[in-house]
Design a binder for this molecule. Sequence first.
Ligand code: AGP
Length: 606
Amino acid sequence: MCGIVGITSNKQVISPIINSLRKLEYRGYDSAGIATLNQGFINEVKCEGRVNALEKNLLKSKLEGTVGIGHVRWATHGAPSTINAHPHSSEKVSVVHNGIIENSTILKKFLIKKGHKFKSQTDTEVIVHLITEYLKKNDLKKTIIKVLKKLHGSFALGIIFKDYPDMIVGARRGSPLAVGYGPNENYLGSDSYALKTMTNKISYLNDGEFCILKNNSVEFFNDIGNKINKKILELSENNENYDKGDFKHFMAKEIEEQPVTIKNCVKEYVDKINNDINIFNFPWKVNEISSIVLIGCGTAFHSCLMAKYWFENFTTLDVSVDIASEFRYRKNKFKKDALYVFVSQSGETADTYASLDLCNKNKMKTCSIVNVVESSIARDSKFVLPIHCGPEIGVASTKAFLGQMLVLYILSLKISFMRKDIDKETYVNKIKSLFTLSDLIKKTLETDSKTQLVCNSFVDIKGSMFLGRGYSYPIALEGALKLKELSYVHAEGYPAGEMKHGPLALIEEGMPVVVIAPRDEYYTKTISNMQEVIARGAKVLLITNKSKDEIYSENIWEYIEVENTTDDLLPFLITIPLQKLAYYSALKKGYDIDKPRNLAKSVTVE
Ligand code: AGP
């Protein structure tokens, strides 16, 4: 989603702003722009499309300046176009914005009456005119306080002013914003990743706060303008490789990295010598918890759904799962003995954050499972379990999904053992199996050639279905999500047993249907459901695990066999061919795999 960069310096800022915008490209965007203040004038250069196109326009325009703001836009109000791209400027002010101003129509009416002329269809432009209007009668600080109060909705803002030459104002409500500190320059960014090439010293704005950056000072204020102090955090100097290397796409790289990321994560949490799980400093006694609520969006929601099966199988806890965008607006019955678990790769997803905030406000026990440990969700949770899988750049979540599932699996085992819901022998055996998982994933990645072959049948189709029962049901949902988001094919994930209740009507002659049926306790039931779709003309791709037992079924179009392991770890292996199926289908179609249309990596608006 939209990304913001701001730099105030004693040197030229165009090239570092471009470098930081490139770091924000992973979020998914459709247009880009930069505005600077130079010799008393605000100038902007914008374009539809990518940062490369913006760079070309900048060369032509010769934009210069030691204070500037940059933006990559993911359209909410108004189509992707140069005119709607940020920054939006008046003669006096220029603004970049991430978020949604919900009362923009009312504010626009008020401003038009005052004589303001609008150029774009965006909600952001009202902020520009509102600031311009208030500056007529107020000083800068008062203007900011008054304008922020007028805005409904969510925002992270970067603002430069004609009459305050070396200054950038940043403000946050809902959408994340970081401040970075450098030598004779200071920075604003949507996340610390965008600023990492310039600094490892970071502070984060909390909701309602704003900041004033100059090249030699940074000040923070609360919503009524009182000065506040901020901790300066030092980001870890990691040497993680953000390049694609020899891979064509980040997604391909991230799929292949999974044996390593899983190995690293197991190492972080599992004590091989004592066959125990290390979850240190868990802030609650296990007998204070009698239910668990798992919350996330998209792929993270699927890992929550998966975890429900593990928690229910291993523990006697009540388990419920919720989509964050629903949870945050429902009339929830908050229970003191519930543990609320928030799952998010980015740690910035607006709906997941809002759900966490709601639980915190109701004084609940909150725990997050995140990839980005400096994220808002990690910072505001009472307890954090990182998934240790390194940066995930491809919009389609792959290694983070496996990482989320792994940490949830580990948490379910630990809690069940602490509660004495499972005995020591079962606990130790399950831990031992975890050490085999990385190699099994590596071997399963070898199903690659088969997946490349079958993907041809998923390219030019009207639609497809992914069916599974039990542990395979969340994986079916995830397989369908991957196919639809990457190759823009309509795909539905369904519990295999539910087909007769409606979806069977969709099956047509030759329709490709993926049936996920590992040889677990649901196997025979799923195979029966598979026969029902084959009988109605479906072309079935069966995904199962290797076994000495033959597959007792005829007329299967194709099958892929993953390695063999315990029932509860099979979902990790089954996911691999589904990731590859989506990848290769999109590759055949020549689509933008790392940045699928209309999507963003970090969904910071609701
Ligand atoms: C999955 O491939 C998607 N990119 C999407 O569903 C994603 O999982 C969702 O937006 C949640 O993101 P988060 O994990 O960063 O919270």
